[in-house]
Design a protein. Structure first.
Length: 120
C-alpha cells in the first residue's frame, strides 16, 4: 500500500514538522515528493520550489498556514489527490469548500500521528 504523498510546505529545518514528516513517510516506505520555499533534499526527497505536475499523488499533507495556501489552490485541485491532510495550524474553511466542490476528501489530522498509529 503506497499512498504517494506530497508534502506541501516542506522545510530543510530539522526542527520543523514538515521535515519530520518527510523522514517518517520515507521510513514507512511511502513514495514522497515535496514543495517548499528553499530547494534541497530531506531523507533523499528533493524539495522543489516550483509546482511540478506530479503524477499519481494520493495524499497532499499541508504544512502551510491558510494565507500561504491560497497560491496553491488550483495546483492542489489539478493534482487530483484522493485526500488532503490539514495538519494542526493549517485548517482552512475556504480550501475545504474548494475541495468539496472538486470531490476531494480532506481531514484535519496530524500526519505524524497517523503514521505512528498505522492510520495513514
Amino acid at each position: 500500500m503506497n499512498k504517494k504523498t506530497l508534502v506541501l510546505g516542506a522545510s530543510l529545518n530539522t526542527s520543523r514538522y514538515s521535515n519530520l514528516a518527510i523522514h517518517k513517510l520515507v521510513k514507512h516506505g511511502v513514495e514522497t515528493c515535496a514543495i517548499g520555499l528553499k530547494s534541497g533534499e530531506v531523507s533523499g526527497v528533493k524539495i522543489n520550489t516550483d509546482m511540478p505536475p506530479f503524477e499519481g499523488v494520493h495524499t497532499i499533507t499541508l504544512y502551510l498556514n491558510p494565507k500561504n495556501q491560497m497560491a496553491y489552490y488550483k495546483y492542489i485541485v489539478s493534482l487530483k489527490p484522493k485526500r488532503v491532510v490539514f495538519n494542526p495550524g493549517t485548517e482552512n474553511p475556504e480550501l475545504y469548500k474548494i475541495l468539496r466542490e472538486n470531490k476531494i476528501h480532506f481531514e484535519s489530522a496530524c500526519t505524524l500521528v497517523l503514521l505512528s498509529t498505522d492510520q495513514y
